[in-house]
Design a protein around this ligand. Structure first.
Ligand code: PMP
Length: 330
């Protein structure tokens, strides 16, 4: 079985559908040190025990951040907001991170500088380590790790221009009062990976999850925007979505460009009658959706509003044109 048209991390350089995919292979990653509880250590030394709590119960919170090689130099996009969300996620799960926001930011920058990478993906993860092996994690160690590696476009470079084909997922986003959607927690991604695997095995790039009462939530790893008659709609925080940092950036850019934006509940069929749809995420950036459940979206190409917002976003990450203070230069 081939799960490889999406986002899987390929651990050895192999050929998939005629394409050599070694961008985030083990070999590439091995060159970079890993920040582990306050120290940069060699890749091969960054190990945990098989009886760590996280292995059994998914007790981790994490972030995905990007450092871009802009015309002004390397800059990390919205570092503070990401690290703040990490701290929030940990707080929700009663994990005490023994580092301040400033220290975590400095640790990210130190790890990037040490790697020598001009652009990279950054993965901070905080998890429950050794202690007891019961469900109660309160006595287990809290470990903090930061890794960096090279990474290209998540849904494919071509997708940024031509869009992706997606389906509505048969798995829902978790209901309020089941798992906290505001936390970016490892365990949430069991649900996300069901969605992603189904989509890929059905020949789609991504799945869109509904809430348990049937309204549009988000993709397995992206927030969702739907445009009709020039108005931009997205689900509000509180409708089981992750409060995406890119989502928030897009809200700022859309407003600056003069568009009306509504954070609102949307039915599934809003997708089928939309003029434009796009995903947002650190990995996906701003990716147009070309079809949903084989309904063509608009003209079947990236729409004009999507293009304008993408272009404003790319001005920040490519030119380093940053009136918003979103980049932390490395
Ligand atoms: N929703 C989910 C479920 C995600 O995993 C992500 C990726 N972190 C997003 C939305 C987008 O969030 P962000 O823009 O902060 O990367």
């Amino acid at each position: 079985m081939d799960y490889a048209s999406g986002d899987v991390y390929i651990w050895t350089p192999i050929i998939i559908r005629g394409q050599r995919r070694s961008a985030h292979s083990l070999i590439d990653m091995q060159q970079h040190k890993i920040w582990f509880n306050g120290e940069l250590i060699p890749f091969e030394d960054a190990r945990i025990h098989v009886l760590s709590h996280v292995v059994h119960y998914g007790s981790s919170v994490f972030e995905g951040i990007r450092c871009y090689h802009t015309e002004r130099g390397s800059g990390v996009l919205r570092l503070r907001e990401h690290m703040r969300r990490l701290i929030d996620s940990a707080k929700i799960y009663r994990m005490e991170i023994p580092y301040s926001l400033d220290e975590l930011e400095a640790a990210v920058l130190e790890t990037i500088r040490d790697s020598g990478l001009e652009s990279c993906y950054i993965r901070p993860v905080v998890f429950r380590g050794m202690g007891s092996l019961g469900v109660n994690p309160l006595k287990n160690d809290v470990e903090t790790v930061i890794a960096v590696w090279e990474w290209g476009a998540y849904l494919g470079a071509e997708a940024l221009e031509n869009g992706v084909d997606v389906q509505v997922a048969s798995w829902n986003r978790m209901a309020a009062n089941t798992f906290p959607a505001l936390a970016k927690a490892g365990g949430n991604y069991l649900n996300a990976s069901l969605v992603k695997m189904d989509a890929v095995l059905n020949g789609y790039t991504e799945g869109i999850m509904l809430t348990t009462d049937g309204y549009l939530a988000e993709g397995s790893g992206e927030n969702l925007f739907v445009i009709r008659d020039g108005v931009i709609h997205t689900a509000p925080v509180g409708m089981s979505i992750l409060p995406g940092i890119t989502r928030e950036s897009v809200l700022v850019l859309a407003e600056k460009l003069g568009y009306e934006v509504r954070e609102t509940r949307m039915p599934r069929e809003a997708l089928y009658v939309a003029d434009e749809i796009f995903f947002t995420g650190t990995a996906a950036e701003i990716t147009p959706v070309r079809s949903v459940d084989k309904h063509t979206v608009g003209s079947g190409k990236r729409g004009p509003i999507t293009e304008k917002i993408q272009s404003a976003f790319f001005d920040v990450i490519q030119k380093g044109d940053d009136p918003y203070g979103w980049l932390t230069m490395v």
